[in-house]
Design a protein around this ligand. Structure first.
Ligand SMILES: Cc1cc2nc3c(=O)[nH]c(=O)nc-3n(C[C@H](O)[C@H](O)[C@H](O)COP(=O)(O)OP(=O)(O)OC[C@H]3O[C@@H](n4cnc5c(N)ncnc54)[C@H](O)[C@@H]3O)c2cc1C
Length: 462
């Protein structure tokens, strides 16, 4: 067990010396603002919040914190859903708010180099002028640093991959203050250990990302959106498996249950029916390819007993549909003003998706729990959302969470498809990784022997 030193006035002065006075704050309001993310996990206050503007500043702070045994928790914009950026051991909260620039656009290579604090939506707004985009899309305007640290994914992962598949090179500050570069700008890389992908998904526990070169793709010439309603959840998820098996290569393949469809219809005025629903998107270079693909999808859906099938290539209609899907979480929260939400995340191989979804239905019905389902179905990923208003209903959702995680593992899946381990999934790590978790611990101890980097995450405590 690591023991840490407090952030004394002397340390605050030293931080001001390294970063400048306006980059260091002990104001209560700023500490509270960075005490919790978007998850259900309890808030915990850091002792000081800092806003570095350079990679060297980040490295200098780590060197100081390491020498003085002070925890450092990196912070993107706090949209994490597993308490990943909550500073549970206090210490220094390092916000990347002021490192939000595009460093270089390498348009001919379909690459961009950015600072970690840039929001992926802000980045894509800039890239649109060049006909390019960075595909991972977690909905919220998460930072690139937070996305790489959590290996965030989202609705376009089924075609373009997760954050890990869309990064080539990173600059990383290590716990002892060294600045290293991992990966390269070459698409093909076979040189030594793959440290790039060791840091990706490590949630700020192995090093702090100070710069990243990302892979980009051209904005597709032609896109279509499909909305398909099914009589049962089973028919909808079987359709997911069939579409994935058809080789049609959807750019998005999303599932929402009937309650979500109703909430979106009522809140956003989108033309949905109150049935289990699939949203799909297809991208193509030629309109004819799109038309042929849509016809094949229509046939698959018909075979699966679709109640209503609509396809559109109209950009306005497509944007309305995806806007509603993207805001489904906020809409759900707004429609339950007296309740809080706990959102869980698991993923399984696509063939096991129907069994996982059936299991979620069974156990929630068995316990009389209210739970909604929404999922990046094309990736075998589901989020179960539990509203709660009492300690009893919270406890029940926690118990169900545990059952669903263990079922996902039994089906060959993972405890978290995209939200990361953070605090909430740490206790499942031994079940998922077995002896491999010991290897992870060795790596952690070797790169961060004093345990200063985002302590209290990933590894189970107690
Ligand atoms: C409405 C909503 C929808 C969401 N949908 C999705 C979704 O579809 N898919 C998905 O994957 N996620 C989703 N999320 C979760 C969230 O957006 C992602 O986890 C995202 O990656 C968090 O980014 P952030 O910038 O907010 O980082 P934070 O939450 O601030 O931090 C996340 C982690 O990254 C670490 N970190 C931050 N910056 C750095 C850095 N520079 N170097 C090293 N570590 C760093 C933090 O310490 C923490 O461990 C959703 C969240 C919300 C609120």
């Amino acid at each position: 067990m690591n023991s840490y030193s407090p952030v004394t006035p002397e340390i605050v002065e030293a931080l001001r010396g390294l970063l400048g006075a306006d980059a260091v704050s002990v104001a209560q309001a700023e500490i509270e603002l960075h005490a919790r993310d978007q998850s259900h996990h309890a808030a915990h206050a850091a002792e000081v919040v800092i806003y570095p503007t350079t990679a060297q500043g980040v490295a200098d702070v780590l060197k100081l914190a390491n020498e003085r045994r002070i925890p450092v928790t990196p912070w993107g914009v706090g949209t994490g859903l597993e308490g990943n950026s909550i500073p549970v051991c206090g210490g220094i909260l390092m916000s990347f708010e002021r490192m939000n620039k595009i460093v270089a656009l390498h348009a001919d290579d379909f690459q961009v180099t950015v600072q970690p604090g840039i929001g992926h939506k802000d980045l894509n707004a800039e890239l649109a002028r060049f006909g390019l985009f960075f595909p991972p899309d977690p909905g919220a305007n998460a930072t690139v640093g937070g996305m790489l640290a959590n290996n965030a994914a989202g609705i376009r992962t089924v075609k373009y991959g997760a954050s890990k598949d869309n990064v080539l090179r990173m600059q990383v500050a290590l716990a002892d203050g060294r600045l290293i570069t991992v990966g390269s700008r070459s698409i093909k890389q076979a040189s030594g250990y793959d440290l790039l992908h060791l840091i990706v998904g490590s949630e700020g526990t192995l090093g702090i990302i100070t710069e990243a070169t990302l892979k980009l793709v051209p904005v597709p010439e032609h896109m279509s959106a499909v909305v398909a309603h099914f009589p049962t959840v089973e028919a909808a998820v079987q359709t997911v498996v069939a579409v994935r098996g058809s080789g049609l290569d959807p750019a998005a393949l999303e599932f929402i249950d009937a309650t979500h469809a109703k909430m979106l219809r009522e809140a956003e005025g989108v033309d949905l029916k109150d049935y289990p629903t699939l949203f799909m998107e297809f991208h193509a270079a030629l309109p004819a390819t799109l038309e042929t693909g849509l016809e094949a999808v229509r046939e698959i859906c018909a075979e699966m007993g679709v109640i209503d099938f609509r396809a559109t290539t109209d950009p306005g209609e497509r944007k309305r549909i995806w806007h509603a899907r993207h805001h489904s979480y906020e809409i759900m929260v707004r429609s339950h003003p007296d309740q809080q939400f706990f959102i869980m995340d698991v993923a399984v191989p696509i063939s096991a998706y129907p069994e996982l979804i059936a299991f979620v239905g069974e156990v929630t019905r068995r316990d009389g729990a209210t739970a909604y389902m929404i999922g990046h179905a094309g990736d075998g990923n589901v989020h179960v959302e539990f509203p709660y208003a009492s300690p009893e209903s919270f406890e029940r959702s926690m118990r169900l969470n545990g059952e669903i995680v263990m079922k996902a593992l039994a089906l060959g899946g993972t405890a978290t498809g995209e939200h990361g381990v953070g605090i909430g999934k740490a206790k499942y790590m031994p079940y998922e990784h077995g002896a491999a978790l010991d290897v992870m611990r060795v790596i952690k101890d070797s790169l961060d022997p004093n345990g200063i980097l985002n302590p209290g995450k990933i590894f189970p405590t107690g």
